[in-house]
Design a binder for this molecule. Structure first.
Ligand SMILES: Nc1ncnc2c1ncn2[C@@H]1O[C@H](COP(=O)(O)OP(=O)(O)O)[C@@H](O)[C@H]1O
Ligand SMILES: N[C@@H](CCOP(=O)(O)O)C(=O)O
Length: 326
């Protein structure tokens, strides 16, 4: 559940007068999501999503996130379109929080994605990378390799409470990733959290991407690595090679992977697994019992991390070497 900050009808109606969106008919809090407070609004003119940005989101990053959605939507990507205020800006204030509204996207996320969906996701990810290539604002990734050690330090002392031996295992992983993390791969704007709950489908057609609040500038292939982690493992923890191949082929049908990117994929995927393991572990150890948010299992990502540690070639993910390379 993610409604950390509640709003009342009076506050909301006053907020809406700053926009040309009609008057409020109804609103309700949205249970899904973990970062911000989200509400579904119906007005006399539109259906909208209202987001109140919570404390984990840095206020200085909001022009990047909102500007990016605006830029991508203008390039024809199906993503939420930020609603302009009467004063020409996009960001307001509601219940003491920075707040913005975006267009409502039809569709819903898939609980059991199949290979054909992974192909669509790969294609949409690459389309986003291409569309984002001339986005002028930059935002460094706050959750990439140099940030993992400080994050790990916040959980390390209690790690063995979650699994005996975890502390030593992650110490070793971190050393390997810090020593081998790739340099000089092609960079651009990445989504950085393109998990199934952030991709909407209408039947089997991808209808849109949401939740750009981890988007940043980083290696483009790192987004592919995040996608392999998020979409291509089964519930029992096994990697589905057919899904991996579909996601990579979908991606390379729009943007080819350079050979250095393909070669780096096993390490990037290992790093991506560590990144989600670390944030989940931190939340696991710090979220108070009874908090209105669903905690995500860090051990799911430990299993993925171990899997990537065994991989030597991107072909094991389904990448077909020569034909996909530029
Ligand atoms: N533009 C949108 N159109 C339709 N539903 C949306 C939209 N944005 C968010 N949602 C709904 O709100 C939920 C939480 O949004 P999300 O951006 O993932 O939140 P958080 O950043 O807090 O994780 C989504 O799972 C979806 O149900
Ligand atoms: N995708 C991350 C958590 C971020 O959640 P979201 O609701 O903002 O997509 C994970 O699975 O750990």
């Amino acid at each position: 559940m993610a409604v950390y900050t509640d709003v009342n009808e009076e506050q909301l109606s006053a907020f809406l007068t700053e926009y040309d969106v009609g008057t409020l008919l109804s609103y309700k809090g949205i249970a899904e999501g973990v970062e911000n407070s989200n509400f579904l609004l119906r007005t006399t003119k539109a259906t909208l999503i209202l987001t109140l940005y919570e404390k984990r989101v840095n206020r200085d990053d909001l022009p990047f996130f909102i500007g990016l959605m605006d830029h991508l939507a203008a390039k024809g990507l199906n993503c939420p379109l930020p609603i302009q205020r009467r004063d020409g800006g996009h960001l307001g204030e509601l219940a003491g929080r920075p707040a913005a509204m975006v267009s409502f996207l039809d569709g819903s996320w898939l609980r059991k994605p199949r290979a054909e969906h992974c192909r669509e996701v790969g294609r949409a990810m690459a389309a986003m990378h291409v569309a984002g290539s001339d986005f002028p604002i930059r935002r460094a990734n706050a959750l990439t390799m140099p940030n993992w050690r400080p994050l790990w330090q916040s959980s390390r002392a209690r790690a063995d409470e979650v699994l005996p031996g975890l502390r030593d295992e992650i110490d070793r992983e971190l050393e390997i990733l810090e020593a081998g993390w790739p340099k000089d791969l092609p960079e651009g704007v990445i989504h950085a959290d393109l998990f199934p709950d952030n991709v909407f489908f209408i039947e089997d057609r991808l209808s849109g991407l949401i939740d750009f609040y981890f988007a940043c500038n980083d290696y483009l292939a790192y987004d592919v690595a995040i996608g392999l982690n998020a979409w291509c493992f089964e519930k029992d923890g096994s990697f589905n090679h057919t899904k991996g191949m579909a996601l990579i082929n979908g991606y390379t049908s729009v943007r080819k992977l350079e050979s250095a990117e393909a070669q780096a994929l096993p390490l990037l995927a290992r790093g991506a697994a560590l990144r989600f393991f670390l944030t989940r572990l931190h939340d696991w150890l710090t979220t108070p019992e009874g908090a209105m948010v669903v905690k995500k299992d860090p051990l799911e990502y430990l299993q993925k991390l171990r899997f990537h540690g065994q991989i030597v070639s991107s072909s094991e993910y389904g990448h077909r070497n020569e034909e996909n390379l530029s």
